[in-house]
Design a binder for this molecule. Structure first.
Ligand code: ADP
Ligand code: MG
Ligand code: ZN
Length: 608
């Protein structure tokens, strides 16, 4: 709005200047020949002139023959004197001189002033602009934190599902602020900082907005990246300003999102420290130390990288309370789905429990996205209610991308994919330690030709070696089936092999699941700082161990491959049956698969 007005003014100025220029260039009036003053005087001497009109310094000369000329004289001399000096008499009969009023009217005068006016306007406008710049520059040290007071966010704790412990902790924080004496009476110190940690999308920002919505106190919200500017010292002064504002409004809450942007381990990363970031961090530390017993301000910070935070930030007296938001468990996922489905029309008896079971590892943000995808799919099909099928399709889309039904595949390729997926499914259905199959499909999504989805019977925090070995065998099932049926393998297994290799490596190096290497960890246990501390840090084991690790990983993989191969060759007819059905139907649900394979189905999932 403001921008467009400014640019309109600018265009008007430019247009005006062009107009003036044009007016000055284009000659006005009819073109009359111009003569030197000496010529005019000569003609007067020769008696060729009839009249001379004088307007200021301009002369309009009419000859006896009726020709007209223009001329100019010097401003200081009078034309009469000039004529007299040449001995020309002035008067009727000879040359008549008419003196006219100076100034050819109003318009020319205005026109001659216009450029000046325009330049003045331009200068004024530019000055105002640069002054804006100056005042902006003076404001740069001011915190950009938004005080959330009167217009509180509408988010409440009810909107945050499945994070009961975190909620409880934060409710208590609000209580500290509202009723400090209850705690200080007993000599308890009010905590100063709360660090919210957890993987991305688990609702850290959401829950802090809920705190703002529920808190009866002013809430200042900012993000770590807002402290980082081009100019050194800005971050520190913004921190000062933010804390001052909060102290003026105490009791108050400060929320710093993504604090890792400034709170990184000092001196870490390539190129050593970043002065600006370190100054900002130091200022935060100083401000938090500056809180005295009566300062009723609590700082909440959020990060998904607590491991890279500077130790000084998390020591007692600073961010000493840690609230962790974990990836939701199956009950949490169901609750989150329910929150996000609130107000949406869903079919009666929608089995959200199964949807929750099908989505292990999904964060709150993933689930919010899932609900939205399902709603979009239902709307696209002109349904009035969201159905279970929409969720099934949405899960596939979120995991593997949209179905690519338009992709033309040859019959032969469909058959290969069908056998590959049937191989995965058969191995999974046969091994008791593997999760039951939820669905097998050869509908191509993203880069994959098809996929087999297992449905975990439970949310696992712990995995056994046997379960991992079964998983490895299931991953190998695809290629094993190709080998068994076609006597050759395709590139379709590359993703399976990658996953299997990663899993096997972790079994050996992190979980101590290799007898050869024994109960020892070969990983640093820390996720790596991007271009950070870990870069170039030495491996903590010898080359001999490295070779052993590789050998053990290889052994796990070949064993898994052998298991898969054995199951496939023992069940050739079943495999062919599943593959044929896949070619004709594209998708088989878990329960149907169990029936086809006629395997004991005691732990078969209740699939839709
Ligand atoms: P982050 O932890 O990365 O800050 P956000 O708080 O931004 O994650 O979460 C992103 C979105 O995911 C939220 O806006 C919300 O829609 C959804 N979400 C995440 N966790 C939950 C939860 N526990 N309950 C309900 N919705 C959630
Ligand atoms: Mg966030
Ligand atoms: Zn595969």
């Amino acid at each position: 709005m403001k921008k467009s007005r400014i640019s309109r003014i600018r265009w008007m100025l430019i247009g005006g200047s062009m107009l003036i220029l044009l007016l000055m260039i284009i000659p006005r009036g009819q073109s009359v020949r111009e003569l030197e003053i000496s010529q005019v005087l000569e003609m007067a001497e020769a008696g060729q002139l009839d009249t001379i009109e004088v307007t200021g310094d301009k002369l309009a000369v009419t000859t006896v023959d009726g020709n007209q000329f223009k001329s100019r004289k010097e401003p200081s001399v009078s034309i009469l004197e000039l004529l007299q000096s040449r001995g020309v008499t002035v008067g009727p009969g000879t040359v008549e001189v008419e003196i006219k009023q100076d100034g050819g009217g109003f318009l020319p005068a205005v026109l001659s002033f216009l450029p000046l006016i325009l330049i003045g306007a331009l200068v004024f406008y530019m000055m105002r602009r640069s002054q804006g710049g100056i005042s902006q520059a003076l404001n740069i040290g001011k915190s950009r934190a938004r005080a959330i007071g009167e217009n509180k966010p509408s988010v409440t704790f009810d909107d945050v599902a499945g994070a009961d412990e975190a909620k409880q902790e934060l409710v208590e924080i609000v209580e500290f602020l509202n009723n400090p004496t209850k705690f200080t009476r007993l000599g308890a110190k009010i905590p100063r900082g709360v660090l919210l940690t957890g993987p991305p999308g688990t609702g850290k920002t959401l829950i802090s907005r809920a705190v703002a919505g529920e808190a009866g106190v002013p809430f200042f919200s900012t993000s770590g990246s807002e402290f980082v500017e081009m100019f050194v010292g800005v971050g520190a002064s913004r921190v000062r300003d933010l804390f001052n504002k909060a102290k003026e409004n105490a009791p108050a809450l400060i929320f710093i999102d993504e604090i890792d942007a400034v709170g990184r381990h000092r001196g870490a990363g390539i190129g050593g420290g970043n002065d600006e970031r370190e100054q900002t961090l130091n200022q935060i530390l100083v401000e938090m130390d500056g809180f005295d017993e009566r300062t009723n301000v609590i700082v909440i910070a959020a990060t998904n990288r607590p491991d890279i935070l500077d130790p000084a930030l998390v020591r007692p007296g600073r961010f000493d309370r840690h609230v962790t938001l974990d990836s939701p468990d199956v009950r949490g996922r169901e609750a989150i789905l329910r929150v996000h489905l609130g107000g949406m029309p869903v079919v009666d008896g929608l089995d959200l429990g199964t949807v929750a079971r099908e989505t292990p590892g999904f964060s709150g943000a993933d689930l919010a996205n899932l609900v939205n995808e399902a709603a979009i799919l239902a709307a696209r099909a002109d349904k009035h209610e969201i159905e279970f099928d929409d969720f099934e399709e949405a899960i596939d889309r979120v995991i593997a991308g949209p179905a690519r039904r338009s992709r033309k595949t040859s019959e032969r390729e469909r058959e290969v994919v069908a056998y590959h997926e049937a191989g995965h499914a058969l191995v999974a259905a046969t091994l008791p330690q593997a999760d039951p199959v939820h669905k097998v499909t050869i509908v191509s999504r993203g880069a994959s030709g098809g996929h087999t989805r297992l449905l975990p019977t439970e949310d696992r925090g712990l995995w056994t070696k046997g379960q991992f070995e079964a998983m490895l065998a299931v991953m190998m099932g695809g290629q094993a089936a190709e080998q068994e049926v076609f006597g050759d393998v395709t590139t379709g297994a590359s993703n399976d092999l990658q996953n299997a290799t990663n899993l096997a490596r972790r079994m050996v190096t992190e979980y101590g699941m290799s007898e050869e290497l024994g109960p020892q960890s070969f990983s640093s246990g820390q996720s790596e700082t991007f271009l950070g501390r870990e870069l170039g840090s030495a491996r903590r084991y010898s080359d001999a161990i490295a070779a052993k690790i590789d050998a053990e990983v290889g052994k796990l993989l070949t064993t898994a491959r052998a298991t898969a191969g054995r199951i496939i060759s023992e069940n050739c007819e079943r495999l062919a049956g599943v593959a044929r059905k896949l070619v004709s139907d594209e998708t088989i649900q878990g329960a149907d698969l169990q029936k086809m394979l006629q395997l004991p189905s005691e732990d078969a999932p209740v699939a839709a």
